[in-house]
Design a protein around this ligand. Structure first.
Ligand code: G4F
Length: 324
């Protein structure tokens, strides 16, 4: 039974990855933070399943800022594969709390790499990179070799983390793979991200609970894919003999206004009557357009995105309908 350790197990990607690894026969260990409120709804169905929890799935309390607690878990679990998904993941928020963002992304990545390096048999490591490393991108379709040019504290920290992954790979011969992931959505997306904010906002308007949805910059284009496809890519990276960096993206961009229109149409609404721009949601700086070329992942890993944009929106709208 291969053993995987996941940081950020309670997030969108962590929960899908857990399901995938359990199906593949892994023993999955997740790191969770102690906090006064529980935020584990994405893995609750697994934790409450007696045939899974305590048998092939285990949660451990630790904090990425607490070295001793992390080392203790590594000692106990002795993972074959580590998926590092945790950390402050909101780009806009990183402008407000840049120091904490640096701590949670950059410092935590080094800490984890160092702990892995100290293991008798260092595990294979997946590091969650981001298309935000390209920022004001120097190529309209970015490849793994496109120079980094981040525009936010978040992007800078992710660039640091990706580069540090390369250093540990080349310097120490460790199996460290960077996944440079473009936006990936699902019904489990956090509600502060624009796609979930839009579908939940539209559902609430359709039900007469609210009248308007406030948004920031609508003049952007992103490459939106489906999160379960992307966790499959993470796993594929760690099954390779050699570690490497891979872009996971659909290669197609859509305007935010297209997303808005389709989501509102699902609920029989005209988005133009219900959207207000609030400068509070406009970022100081951001990429206008991001589009990824995933041909390396397609050719070497056999990975491909399987769910089209329209279907992602429909699945999110359907789920939002039930929640509101
Ligand atoms: O949904 P978003 O907040 O995602 P963003 O910033 O692209 O970041 C996500 O994808 C990255 C991968 O490329 C990840 F690394 C990162 O962790 C995260 O998962 O915003 C998408 C776009 C932005 O251009 C933003 O300015 O939507 C625009 N937007 C317009 N109004 C808004 C809003 N975003 C949010 N969150 N809220 C708004 O009201």
């Amino acid at each position: 039974m291969p053993v995987a350790l996941i940081t950020g197990i309670t997030g969108q990607d962590g929960s899908y990855l857990t399901e995938l690894l359990l199906k593949k026969g892994y023993s999955v260990h997740g790191i969770v933070r102690r906090s006064s409120s529980m935020n584990r709804w994405r893995v609750d169905h697994l934790v409450q399943d007696e045939s899974i929890y305590g048998k092939s799935l285990f949660l451990h309390y630790a904090d990425l800022s607490d070295d001793a607690s992390l080392r203790r878990i590594f000692f106990k679990v002795n993972p074959d594969e580590v998926y590092h998904l945790a950390g402050q993941s909101h780009v806009a928020l990183s402008f407000e709390i840049p120091e904490l963002t640096t701590h949670e992304i950059a410092n935590a990545t080094i800490k984890l790499l160092e702990i892995c390096r100290d293991q008798a048999k260092p595990p294979k490591i997946y590091l969650a990179g981001s298309s935000e490393i390209f920022g004001h991108a120097q190529e309209s379709i970015q490849k793994e070799e496109t120079p980094f040019n981040p525009t936010s504290p978040y992007g800078v920290c992710k660039a640091f983390s990706v580069q540090m992954g390369k250093v540990y790979r080349s310097g120490y011969g460790m199996h460290v793979s960077n996944g440079i992931l473009y936006n990936h959505e699902s019904p489990r997306r956090g509600e502060n991200f624009v796609t979930q904010k839009i579908v939940r906002g539209a559902a609430s308007i359709a039900q007469g609970k609210t009248e308007f949805l406030e948004l920031g910059n609508l003049d952007i284009e992103r490459d939106w894919g489906y999160a379960p496809d992307y966790v499959q890519g993470m796993w594929m990276m760690l099954q390779q003999e050699q570690s490497d960096d891979y872009i996971l993206a659909t290669g197609k961009t859509h305007k935010l206004s297209d997303f808005l229109q389709m989501a509102f149409e699902y609920f029989g609404l005209d988005h133009q009557k219900h959207i207000r721009i609030n400068p509070k949601f406009v970022r100081p700086n951001e990429p206008v357009q991001l589009c990824g070329d995933s041909s390396k992942a397609q050719n070497l890993l056999g990975w491909s995105p399987s769910v089209p944009f329209e279907q992602i929106i429909r699945s999110m709208c359907k789920a939002a309908e039930k929640i509101n």
